[in-house]
Ligand binder design. Structure first.
Ligand SMILES: Cc1cc2nc3c(=O)[nH]c(=O)nc-3n(C[C@H](O)[C@H](O)[C@H](O)COP(=O)(O)OP(=O)(O)OC[C@H]3O[C@@H](n4cnc5c(N)ncnc54)[C@H](O)[C@@H]3O)c2cc1C
Length: 339
């Protein structure tokens, strides 16, 4: 009762990274609240799935293992969460802001008439004072995310309704094992008690999953280009530099919108969040929506013709010049020095 729950997304019998990141965050929240962390794994062939989640500090794992639960379909998974939450009455439920989380979260929150904040960038515990009614609510989940086109950072609370639900994109939270030998209880539920037969009305006959073309999220070095790269050909220079540095190429939304690079390479609030050791921003002005996706980079180098570009204020090194003149030199000297 009153615990923190994380819905773990399954790819086959593997727990998705975004869920492990949320377990890490959930552990911190549960510890602060003095309650337990519980994980829900629903899929097919989940023997030993607990081994993947317990090291993240999970106190109880709810396993739902049945043939119709993988690949994900909306109705059975919704029934599992709704019926489990009616029993367990969690105070918080977290899930990935993925295709699945975006489908499942609203269904569950609507069935339980609870609140849901999508795409949170931070989650914290704090109090809320309702001055109008003279009530102070203790230990609420602060669901923090950019709002109004990213121009403000809003803190959203659900004072009355439970669970307080939030989705978070992959890569926003850090994944950290708490203790390899963490001991927790494993509960293998009788799925039929939670999911009516009629929920299996949709059957997935065939499924094609396209492999990611790059590893932008996990890359230790990212070379990112903005509108200042000027063209698709300008981006070819970045791919050449990235090849030399064993890096991945990312882009700003303006560069993606202009067709300079593919959409799946967009970094920022509505793109991918990256945490590289080195981020080289080329012809990127550094608007808040872009910064949201790369501000945790270890070292930031900005290449920009405008000495007052906002990105320069968060950069560790600024190279003031045009990309046309600076990038070829970087390629040339890196090639020379790495021989
Ligand atoms: C709801 C919302 C979500 C958004 N989400 C994202 C997001 O996820 N990611 C994102 O990136 N943006 C996002 N944006 C857009 C964001 O506000 C900016 O418009 C965008 O980041 C600007 O991209 P840019 O820096 O490449 O372009 P610009 O702002 O046009 O900057 C170009 C930069 O290049 C420099 N430059 C020009 N020519 C050269 C040259 N020859 N050599 C060197 N430097 C040069 C200029 O000095 C300038 O600093 C979002 C906006 C909204 C409203």
């Amino acid at each position: 009762m009153n615990n923190v729950f994380v819905y773990c997304e399954m790819e086959g019998n593997h727990v998705a990274d975004v869920s492990l990141e949320l377990l890490t965050k959930g552990r911190k929240l549960a510890t602060e609240l003095g309650c337990q962390l519980e994980a829900i794994c629903a899929g097919c062939g989940l023997a030993d799935v607990e081994k993947q989640v317990l090291p993240f500090g999970v106190d109880r794992v709810h396993v739902f293992d049945a043939p119709g639960l993988f690949p994900y379909t909306s109705l059975p998974h919704t029934s599992i969460l709704v019926n489990l939450f009616k029993q367990e009455k969690p105070q918080i439920c977290l899930m990935g802001a993925t295709v699945i989380g975006r489908d499942l979260g609203p269904r569950v929150s609507s069935a339980l008439t609870s609140g849901l904040t999508a795409d949170c960038t931070q989650l914290e515990i704090g109090d809320h004072e309702d001055k109008k009614n003279g009530v102070t609510y203790k230990n609420l989940l602060y669901q923090i995310r950019p709002a109004f086109g990213g121009n403000i950072v809003a803190t959203i609370v659900n004072p009355e309704h439970r669970p307080q639900m939030a989705t978070v994109r992959e890569g926003v939270m850090k994944k950290e094992i708490l203790d390899e030998n963490y001991q927790g209880e494993v509960i293998r539920h009788d799925v039929a008690k939670f999911v009516p037969e009629t929920d299996y009305v949709v059957k997935v006959i065939d499924r094609h999953v396209e492999k990611a073309k790059h590893n932008l999220k996990g890359a230790p070095i990212v070379v990112a280009g903005g509108y200042g790269m000027g063209s698709k050909e300008g981006f070819d220079m970045l791919f050449e530099l990235a090849k030399e540095l064993h890096a991945e190429v990312g882009g700003s939304r303006a560069a993606v919108d202009a067709g300079f690079c593919d959409h799946d390479r967009q970094i920022g609030q509505t793109g991918v969040t990256v945490h590289p050791k080195l981020y080289i921003a080329c012809g990127i002005s550094g608007q808040i929506q872009h910064i949201a996706g790369m501000q945790d980079a270890g070292i930031i180098i900005s290449v920009n013709s405008d000495p007052n570009a906002p990105i320069n204020s968060i950069a560790d090194y600024v190279i003031n010049g045009t990309v046309e003149e600076v990038i070829p030199k970087m390629i040339k000297y890196y090639k020379k020095n790495s021989k």
